[in-house]
Write a new protein. Structure first.
Length: 307
C-alpha cells in the first residue's frame, strides 16, 4: 500500500491521554497521529494504514511492547517501520532489550515533550530520506535497464560493416567492423574507388570484399556503403571460443595478423595504452606468456577450414 504524503505516527499506549500534549504538538506541525490502546488495535490500524513511525509503550496489559514489536518485525509489510519504545523503567537491561528487539530509539517516562517531539521528527525525517533514496534507486535501476537495452540494440546494429560518406568521399561515420575490413583489404588506406559498389579481392590470402552502395533517391550529399565478405578465413569471432571477450578477440586477431599494438590501436579506434592493457588480460586468459605464444594460439583458430 502506498504511504500517505503526510507523515504518519502510530502511538500504541494503553493510556494515550498521557501523551496528549505530544500528539497535539505533532499535529500542529503537520504530522498525522493515529492512536491504538493495545496490540490488537494497533494491528487493525496497520491493516488500513502504513505509518512512518510507531511510538510503542513497553508496559501494556496482555501483549506488551516487546511482543508487539516482534510481531511487527515478523510481518513482511510492517518489518521496516521504525519503532521508538516508551517505558517507565529506566534501566540499562531494558534499553538493551529494546534495541535488540529492533527499536530505533528509547524514551523514558515521564516524557520531556520537546525532547520526544524532536526525536520523533528526526525519525520521520530519516524515514522520508530513506524512501526518497529508495525511489531514486528504483528510478536509476529503470534508467540503467533502458540504457542497457538501448546499448544492446545499438551494438546489434553496429556489428554490421557500414560506412557513411559525404559527397566528397569524406568519412562521416564508420562502424568498427568496417574499419577492420578496410585495414584488411586496403593496408595503404581507403581508396577513392571504394565509394562505388563493387568487389575487391584481398591483397593476400583468401576473401573478397563486396561493397554495396545506398543513397536516398534524389540526393547525393551522403552515401552509405555496406561491406560483406565472402570466401574469407575465420575472423575475430573465431577467437571468442578461446574464452576472450569480443574486444579481446578483436585485439588478438589483429596481433595474430602481425599488427603492432600501435597499429591495432589505430584499427580499433583506441589508444596504444588500452591495447597494452587488453594484451595483459589476453595473456592471462589464454595462459600464454608472450606475443609469440599468443600468435601461435590464435593462429590455430584462425586457420581456414579445409574443404
Amino acid at each position: 500500500m502506498p504511504p500517505p504524503a503526510q507523515p504518519t505516527l502510530l502511538v500504541v499506549d494503553d493510556t494515550p491521554a498521557s501523551l496528549g500534549v505530544v500528539c497535539d504538538t505533532l499535529r500542529r506541525e503537520g504530522v498525522r497521529v493515529l492512536l491504538a490502546e493495545s496490540g490488537a488495535a494497533a494491528r487493525e490500524v496497520l491493516a488500513r494504514t502504513l505509518p512512518d513511525l510507531v511510538l510503542l509503550d513497553v508496559m501494556m496489559p496482555g501483549e506488551d511492547g516487546f511482543a508487539l514489536c516482534a510481531a511487527l518485525r515478523a510481518h513482511p509489510a510492517w518489518r521496516e517501520i521504525p519503532i521508538i519504545f516508551l517505558t517507565s523503567i529506566d534501566v540499562a537491561e531494558q534499553k538493551v532489550r529494546a534495541f535488540a528487539a529492533g527499536a530505533v530509539d528509547y524514551v523514558t517516562k515521564p516524557v520531556h515533550v520537546p525532547e520526544l517531539v524532536a526525536r520523533v521528527q528526526v525519525q520521520l525525517a530519516l524515514r522520508a530520506a530513506r524512501r526518497a533514496l529508495e525511489t531514486k534507486n528504483h528510478e536509476l535501476e529503470a534508467e540503467v535497464a533502458v540504457r542497457l537495452d538501448a546499448e544492446e540494440q545499438l551494438a546489434a546494429s553496429l556489428d554490421r560493416a557500414v560506412l557513411v560518406l559525404d559527397r566528397a568521399g569524406t568519412l562521416l561515420f564508420g562502424t568498427r567492423p568496417a574499419h577492420g575490413l578496410i585495414a584488411k583489404y586496403f593496408p595503404a588506406g581507403r581508396p577513392a574507388a571504394l565509394a562505388a559498389a563493387g568487389k575487391f579481392p584481398a591483397p593476400a590470402g583468401q576473401g573478397t570484399l563486396i561493397v554495396r552502395r545506398f543513397s536516398e533517391a534524389g540526393r547525393d550529399d551522403t552515401v552509405m556503403l555496406v561491406f560483406e565478405e565472402e570466401h574469407a578465413p575465420p575472423g575475430p569471432a573465431a577467437l571468442i571460443a578461446l574464452g576472450l571477450t569480443v574486444r579481446q578477440a578483436e585485439v588478438a586477431y589483429w596481433v595474430a595478423q602481425g599488427k603492432s599494438n600501435g597499429e591495432t590501436a589505430i584499427i580499433l579506434g583506441t589508444s596504444p595504452r588500452t591495447i597494452d592493457k587488453h594484451m595483459e588480460r589476453i595473456f592471462i586468459r589464454l595462459g600464454v606468456e608472450n606475443r609469440s605464444s599468443l600468435i601461435v594460439t590464435a593462429g590455430e583458430r584462425l586457420r581456414p577450414a579445409r574443404g
